[in-house]
Ligand binder design. Structure first.
Ligand SMILES: C[S@@+](CC[C@H](N)C(=O)[O-])C[C@H]1O[C@@H](n2cnc3c(N)ncnc32)[C@H](O)[C@@H]1O
Length: 253
């Protein structure tokens, strides 16, 4: 899937805030080795660098466009290109961090225990994922995808894998972890034209847009935007309220 750091960073503050709140719950004073899985343009990695300036810091991502942006971010980290699902590090980490990324990986039942096995004794795995699968923004993508003439083409587009608090507890409990799991709903206040569309185009909508082209893509976008406008009407001030639910997990090995 093609990522565009510019579109993604359109909402940099809103996208980075959950990373800061996840980081605040990690009780590691002086970890020696820290990695940011799905580091994107380096916005979440920058927070890690600020909190633990003496740690050996790494960022891993599968998008070259995102990594280019990360390398230009000025954050002092080693940047790696790779797929988290296939990641098999030679060393252990004191903190494995991942903000807004694990939802892109299919087999989380296998992935999460694997990540726990890469922790040094007492190390921490911390991740945040959206859990708004049934919010209109995401439900409408699925509806428009299924109802239009593009349905056959979009049938195989991989959707986000959104877990639940109980589900993550069940996956991680057998791995000897002390678990801290919570959810937060942010009432995001967006402004500007097609604000929710611009938000989703930076993430969950991308695989669907990538699968279409030309007039068909334009028709899909038009239909989706018109349904979004009904689901998220602007307030008299012009602002649009976009509630966004997120799920946080901190697991100590
Ligand atoms: C929503 S962005 C998150 C960026 C950043 N961590 C943040 O806090 O805003 C998700 C990132 O995960 C990366 N990604 C998705 N699936 C991946 C995979 N299987 N392996 C490595 N990176 C992946 C994408 O390239 C993208 O940069």
């Amino acid at each position: 899937m093609a990522w565009d750091p510019k579109i993604y960073l359109d909402f940099a503050d809103e996208r980075t805030r959950p990373a800061a709140e996840l980081l605040a719950r990690i009780a590691a004073e002086a970890p020696k080795s820290v990695i940011d899985l799905g580091c994107g343009p380096g916005n979440s990695t920058a927070l890690l660098a600020r909190r633990w300036p003496r740690a050996r810091l790494e960022g891993l991502d599968s998008s070259e466009a995102m990594l280019d942006q990360a390398r230009r971010s000025g954050v002092d980290a080693a940047w790696h290109s790779g797929d988290i699902a296939a990641w098999a590090p030679a060393r252990r980490y004191d903190v494995i961090f991942s903000n807004a990324t694990i939802q892109w990986i299919a087999d989380q039942d296998t992935l999460l225990p694997r990540l726990m096995s890469f922790l040094s004794p007492g190390g921490v795995l911390a991740f945040q994922v959206p859990c708004n699968f049934n919010a209109p923004s995401h439900r409408l993508i699925r509806e428009v995808a299924q109802e239009g003439p593009w349905a056959a083409k979009l049938k195989t587009v991989r959707n986000l894998v959104l877990g639940t608090a109980q589900g993550y507890y069940a996956i991680l409990e057998p791995h000897g972890a002390a678990l801290d799991i919570w959810e937060t709903t942010y009432l995001q206040v967006l402004s500007g034209e097609d604000a929710v569309f611009r938000w989703v185009s930076g993430t969950g909508l991308r695989p669907f847009l990538d699968a279409l082209e030309g007039a068909e893509r334009d028709d899909f976008v038009r239909e989706y935007k018109s349904r979004l406008a009904r689901a998220y009407p602007p307030r008299p001030s012009g602002k649009v309220l976009f509630p966004f639910q997120r799920l946080f997990v901190v697991a100590r090995g």
